[in-house]
Design a protein around this ligand. Structure first.
Ligand SMILES: [Mg+2]
Length: 250
């Protein structure tokens, strides 16, 4: 195993210099390895750089409560079917079809899902905001030399749109997966930890043998996430950078 540089950006920018050899490492001198690493920034290094951290989207990085609530209100207005929007936004996370099943008979669900996805960009995107601490959490991952992968239950197109709309600094975004099914995407991207607000995100982390980090910013409070088996529970993403530095040191 070769020694790896700890990349520190003395200017405090959000991400380290692209090539390790070009980063200023104030506490050590350059070695031959720094130079040889020029063309292989994705190869995992012994110091842990090169790994990925996975994040859920809704109520982890993106506050979509008002956004999704507005879509359901529009569907209720369009169809005349009363929908308790507060109840909907209290349990965000599971697949769209699961939620629609509370309000529509099975034969209407495909059409309602189509309607939902047709109006989502115009209605939901402008009402979507970042969760507190999201940008700083992603910047902390970058500063650690790691990659960010978003894995969401939201369909692929709207997952990408949401990431773009919020300007989230991610390497990959994978949509349309829920619970343990997220595990394959996390494994494919080399995620060593998965951060999410839902107990099903604990299942996702387990399926990828990643550390399950719960954030109590969705339907589940800290006690519920811990009881379900989250390895770590944070009150919100403001606490994430400090946890990450301990995780890397461990
Ligand atoms: Mg979520």
């Amino acid at each position: 195993m070769r020694p790896g540089p700890v990349l520190v950006d003395p200017l405090g920018r959000d991400r380290p210099t692209r090539h390790p050899a070009l980063a200023i490492a104030p506490y050590r001198t350059f070695t031959l390895w720094d130079v040889l690493d020029l063309d292989s920034p994705k190869i995992p290094r012994p110091d842990g750089a090169g790994f990925a951290v996975g994040f859920d989207l809704d109520l982890t990085l993106a506050d979509t409560r008002a956004a999704i609530g507005a879509v359901y209100a529009a569907i209720a207005a369009e169809t005349g079917v009363p929908i308790d929007v507060d109840a909907v936004v209290r349990r965000l996370g599971p697949p769209l079809e699961d939620e629609l099943a509370y309000w529509f008979p099975p034969e209407r669900i495909p059409a309602m899902a189509d309607l939902y996805r047709a109006i989502y960009p115009d209605i939901a995107l402008p009402a979507t905001v970042e969760m507190p601490g999201a940008a700083a959490a992603l910047a902390a991952v970058r500063a650690a030399g790691a990659r960010v992968v978003v894995v969401s239950g939201k369909n692929q197109r709207d997952t990408e749109r949401t990431v773009r709309y919020l300007g989230l600094d991610v390497d990959a975004a994978v949509g349309g997966l829920f619970g343990a099914d997220k595990g394959a995407a996390l494994l494919a991207h080399g995620a060593r930890a998965y951060i999410g607000d839902h107990t099903a995100d604990v299942d996702a982390a387990r399926a990828a043998s990643a550390v399950a980090v719960g954030v109590a910013t969705g339907s589940f409070d800290s006690a519920a996430l811990a009881a379900y088996g989250a390895d770590v529970v944070l009150p919100d993403l403001h606490a994430f950078p400090e946890w990450l530095s301990g995780f890397r040191a461990a």
